[in-house]
Ligand binder design. Structure first.
Ligand SMILES: Nc1ncnc2c1ncn2[C@@H]1O[C@H](COP(=O)(O)OP(=O)(O)OP(=O)(O)O)[C@@H](O)[C@H]1O
Ligand SMILES: O=C(O)[C@H](O)COP(=O)(O)O
Length: 486
């Protein structure tokens, strides 16, 4: 089952640590994780030094750190608490009767009849809203849907109302706008425990421009702010970032917190061995992710269209497979980096090749070193699946981003589905399995194993940026709760 409990995360590296093995959880355990971009300036250096820690993981210094229980060989030495304020810290005393502006990511897929075809993001938004209404708050719920240019009826949030009402157990009221006098009246009429869903915030171009006046108008509706829109946290928009300048406190929702816990916390403080599986079409779109993961993982498995650039860089012929000619040097340098870091980087040993890019193409399995002219690799082969499975069997943490082949065509979905099944199997055996958004999520859902993974990210772009080690403006803007007890 996907757990809602916070996993651990490493934010501190013991002063004695230098090798990857010394970064094991036996040396440091961390009770929870959230963001603290100003870790270094938060007056924490001295207490950390007293705890025996001299360095801070660079990625985590940008994004993470909450209640950190530092444990080393000598036992518990103290507690360092560095957190973004969380909605979980707000009680009935803080919330009863208060108007709370909640930014969620309800950007769900709709079919031609405006029916929700995947309600994952709606379900993921529920714990935060329930906490708020359960404590007597009045929730003003905001989201974008799609990328409308101005008011566009097909991007209205109206189709969300029935499912939200059902999941929350309250009748959600829908506003026709997201600012203005009518909305203000509806807010004034909200009872304690009520939910008002604002219209698509991107109907105003000011949203994506992060216009301060627009942010101010949104903020004027409420007393405090909760950001739970992980999928949009990489956007500095008025409702994700601008609004925090006018609403205090501005705190993180449960979903945002959980995503950070896994995508930053568990990835930076993995139970080892830690494997990363990276696939997808192009190496150019995954450079940042691969480079960042090479700093942390013990095993890196590569699949998808990007492998042919690596093969070609090694002097192999790749037929008519996808290749990025301008990234050959980069592929070579990534291979060298893996070697120098002691990371075991596995490229598929065999591939499924096709005579055209089509679901009904003729196909055959060939060694990676023998791709015939005129044929293109569209999936990893059975030997590679076996080798990947054996490597994964040794691990305790796995993160996966990007399919192993053209999984949209059933004939070339075998490698991707095999990885999904293997992760499901290992998840059942206690391995932490994290699916980092995008097409790998679709693959896991297609195989029907989503519910057994430790964590499936609700963000595509946001999860990629986090895995690359980038800062998410929607997280950085939230209030910090810094306390130190040593
Ligand atoms: N061998 C291959 N040749 C060509 N395309 C491939 C190959 N293997 C995988 N792909 C394609 O890669 C695409 C996914 O790549 P992408 O880099 O977008 O991955 P992702 O990160 O999972 O997705 P997203 O960008 O949606 O988050 C899929 O559409 C898949 O068909
Ligand atoms: O679906 C997403 O990735 C998020 O909702 C963000 O949407 P955007 O890419 O249109 O900003």
């Amino acid at each position: 089952m996907a757990s809602t409990a916070s996993p651990t995360s490493l934010s501190l590296i013991p002063s004695s640590s230098s090798s990857s093995t010394s970064r094991s959880r036996s040396s440091v355990q961390v009770a929870a994780a959230m963001s603290s971009p100003r870790l270094h300036s938060a007056g924490l250096r001295a207490p950390l030094r007293r705890l025996g820690f001299s360095a801070v993981d660079p990625l985590l210094s940008l994004h993470v750190a909450a209640k950190v229980r530092a444990v080393n060989g000598k036992g518990v030495r103290g507690v360092v608490s560095m957190a973004k304020k969380s909605v979980g810290d707000l009680t009935a005393a803080d919330l009863k009767g208060k108007k709370v502006f909640v930014r969620a990511d309800l950007n769900v897929p709709l079919d031609g009849n405006q029916n929700i075809t995947d309600d994952t993001r709606v379900r993921a938004a529920v714990p935060t809203i329930k906490h708020l209404i359960g404590n007597g708050a009045k929730v003003i719920l905001s989201s974008h849907l799609g990328r409308p240019k101005g008011v566009t009826p097909k991007y209205s949030l109206k189709p969300l109302v029935p499912r939200l009402s059902e999941l929350l157990g309250v009748t959600v009221v829908k506003a026709e706008d997201c600012i203005g006098p009518e909305v203000e009246k509806q807010v004034a009429a909200l009872p304690e425990g009520g939910v008002l869903l604002l219209e698509n915030v991107r109907f105003y171009k000011e949203e994506e421009k992060n216009d301060p006046e627009f942010a101010k108008k949104l903020a004027s509706l409420a007393d405090l702010y909760v950001n739970d829109a992980f999928g949009t946290a990489h956007r500095a928009h008025a409702s994700t970032e601008g609004v925090t300048k006018f609403l205090k406190p501005s705190v993180a929702g449960f979903l945002l917190q959980k995503e950070l816990d896994y995508l930053v916390g568990a990835v930076s403080n993995p139970k080892r061995p830690f494997a990363a599986i990276v696939g997808g079409s192009k190496v150019s779109s995954k450079i940042g992710v691969i480079e960042s993961l090479l700093e942390k993982c013990d095993i890196l498995l590569l699949g998808g269209g990007m492998i042919f650039t690596f093969y070609k860089a090694q002097g192999l012929s790749v037929g008519s497979s996808l290749v990025e000619e301008d990234k050959l040097d980069l592929a070579t340098s990534l291979l060298e980096k893996a070697k120098s870091k002691g990371v075991s980087l596995l490229l598929p040993s065999d591939v499924v090749v096709a005579d055209k890019f089509a679901p009904d193409a003729n196909s055959k399995i060939v060694p990676a070193s023998a791709i015939p002219d005129g044929w293109m690799g569209l999936d990893i082969g059975p030997d590679s699946i076996k080798t990947f499975n054996e490597a994964l069997d040794t691990t305790k943490t796995i993160i996966w981003n990007g399919p192993m082949g053209v999984f949209e065509f059933d004939k070339f979905a075998v490698g991707t589905e095999a990885v999904a099944k293997k992760l499901a199997d290992l998840s059942g055996k206690g391995v932490t399995t994290i699916i980092g958004g995008g097409d790998s999520v679709a693959a896991v859902e297609k195989v029907g194993v989503a519910s057994v993974m430790s964590h499936i990210s609700t963000g595509g772009g946001a999860s990629l940026e986090l895995l690359e080690g980038k800062e998410l403006p929607g997280v950085l803007a939230l209030d910090e709760a810094v306390a130190v007890a040593v």
